[in-house]
Design a protein around this ligand. Structure first.
Ligand code: DQA
Length: 146
């Protein structure tokens, strides 16, 4: 049987605290809840996901490079706070040919002004934001069709 296409799902800082972190903004689902649902969805879509979280910018950059090295079909990236600060993550997205889909639980563009700039969005192919945990599911649906 041919290998299934692999889609990396990369999560940045503080997302390990989902469930208890500002639930009025981010909801009550934990990152594990999201990972489990995406796994089920991936099975239905006939793709495989590799779901990771790190609080460290360099890990996210290394994982973007790894997505390219292993020939991933796409990357879903919730870079969290690094979205609004990291030119290095922007550069990493531009440095790979794997399409990156920006994901956010909240809608940063309707929040504080410092969240209105997205260095990830300037390099990503698509963005799903403001749908809570469902943003990930919408992004996976789109990425599986690339
Ligand atoms: C977030 C939005 C970012 O502005 C914030 O820094 C996060 C989470 C989201 O998923 O809504 O940590 O990426």
């Amino acid at each position: 049987m041919p290998h299934k296409a692999i889609i990396f799902v990369l999560n940045g800082p503080n997302l390990n605290l989902l469930g208890t972190r500002e639930p009025e903004i981010y909801g009550r689902d934990t990152l594990d809840d999201i990972a489990r649902r995406l796994d089920d969805q991936a099975q239905t879509l006939g793709v495989e996901i590799d779901f990771r979280q790190s609080n460290h910018e360099g890990h996210l950059i290394d994982w973007l490079h790894e997505a390219q090295a292993v020939g991933a079909k796409a990357v879903l990236l919730n870079a969290a706070g690094f979205t609004h600060s990291s030119i290095a993550i922007h550069d990493a997205i531009k440095a790979i040919s794997v399409p990156v889909v920006e994901v956010h639980l909240s809608e940063p563009k309707t929040r504080e002004a410092f969240r209105h700039i997205s260095y990830v969005g300037m390099a990503a192919k698509l963005c799903f934001a403001g749908h809570g945990a469902k943003s990930y599911e919408l992004a996976l649906d789109a990425a599986a069709r690339f």
